[in-house]
Ligand binder design. Structure first.
Ligand SMILES: [Zn+2]
Length: 256
């Protein structure tokens, strides 16, 4: 039997890591609880192994659990191409630039940055080849990130940049992902100025929950409620629009 869920009755956590070992003891239960509450999820890969795991998890469900394949910029570059075989893969990433631990020495810093850019471009080519969006991780590197996004589509995950960066990403057609970090940093202005048609809800679980405890995709509810409040829109409307955004960006190929 095909059960139709209205978009206003669902939420899509577009950035979860149920593929991580933090969920080894109760992963199936958590997923069941989410699906029972009409919360779908995309489990994001950060390495070859965690990408493989996210595919394995997604393959177990006919609907509502999806995977991405990618290598996080803080991880050693790995060849992920051989994993691009499942029709549950909805994006490439998380990939991008993370300059948080950038060396102070000038030559070493350049080497560090170049290595990350190179790893990103390899993944960008895979996204283009498979016509998939990208999940972009960017920390302290927006100036270098923006020029690399030409001809790509996707989301700037866990956005914490300023209004200037926001405008550039929006002009490139990118979506903006917000998670529990909005309870820790003041992003009200950024959220107000991001059109509802470009907002994606995330948790980044097990990290970045509204509290310091392990979170899971259920916490997408708290994130979405807070964003609705900041934007002064009805919670149902926010759910409807952000679920529509997630389906448009990630699930178009699967559902059409
Ligand atoms: Zn993440």
């Amino acid at each position: 039997m095909l059960v139709v869920i209205f978009l206003k009755d669902m939420l899509i956590d577009t950035h979860a890591h149920l593929n991580f070992s933090e969920f080894d003891s109760d992963r199936d239960q958590i997923i069941k609880n989410c699906l029972d509450n009409n919360i779908w999820m995309i489990n994001v890969g950060t390495s070859f192994e965690s990408s493989k795991k996210s595919i394995e998890i997604a393959e177990k469900y006919s609907e509502g659990v999806y995977a991405t394949v990618g290598v996080h910029p803080m991880n050693e570059s790995e060849d992920i191409y051989s994993l691009m075989q499942s029709d549950k893969i909805v994006a490439v990433g998380e990939a991008g630039l993370d300059y948080y631990k950038r060396p102070k020495n000038k030559a070493k810093r350049k080497e560090f940055e170049d290595k990350q850019k190179e790893a990103f471009l390899i993944q960008a080519n895979i996204a283009k080849e498979f016509d998939l969006p990208m999940i972009i991780h960017c920390r302290y590197a927006h100036k270098d990130m923006i020029p690399l996004l030409k001809d790509l589509k996707g989301v700037i995950h866990c956005f914490t940049g300023d209004l200037d960066d926001l405008e550039k990403y929006l002009n490139l057609g990118f979506y903006i992902g917000f998670n529990g970090i909005i309870f820790k940093l003041d992003l009200d202005d950024v959220i107000s100025k991001t059109p509802i048609e470009r907002i994606l809800i995330e948790t980044d679980c097990p990290y970045l929950g509204p509290t310091d405890k392990r979170n899971d995709p259920i916490d997408a509810i708290r994130v979405a409620k807070r964003i609705a409040e900041i934007k002064g829109v009805d919670y149902d409307l926010l759910k409807e629009k952000t679920s529509e955004n997630a389906k448009r960006l990630f699930l178009g190929a699967i559902q059409s």
